[in-house]
Design a protein around this ligand. Structure first.
Ligand SMILES: [Zn+2]
Length: 67
């Protein structure tokens, strides 16, 4: 079991994303600049639920920019 860096919940290996993978799959610079994402170290892991949460936050930020 691996602990998610964001929510602290214990997750199975296949439920988490390594930092480098998170950066690699998201070419969105706003996602990569998110405070939580920036706090990740090379060894940090984030679960899929937390990635989705951050994606939603980033998307709301993007739409706020358009207003
Ligand atoms: Zn999590």
């Amino acid at each position: 079991m691996i602990k998610c860096f964001v929510c602290g919940k214990k997750k199975e290996d296949y439920e988490v994303w390594w930092n480098k993978l998170v950066i690699g799959i998201t070419y969105d610079s706003k996602f990569q600049n998110n405070d939580t994402v920036r706090r990740m170290t090379d060894k940090s892991m984030m679960c899929h639920a937390c990635i989705k949460t951050i994606e939603n936050i980033v998307r709301e930020d993007n739409s706020a920019d358009l207003v």
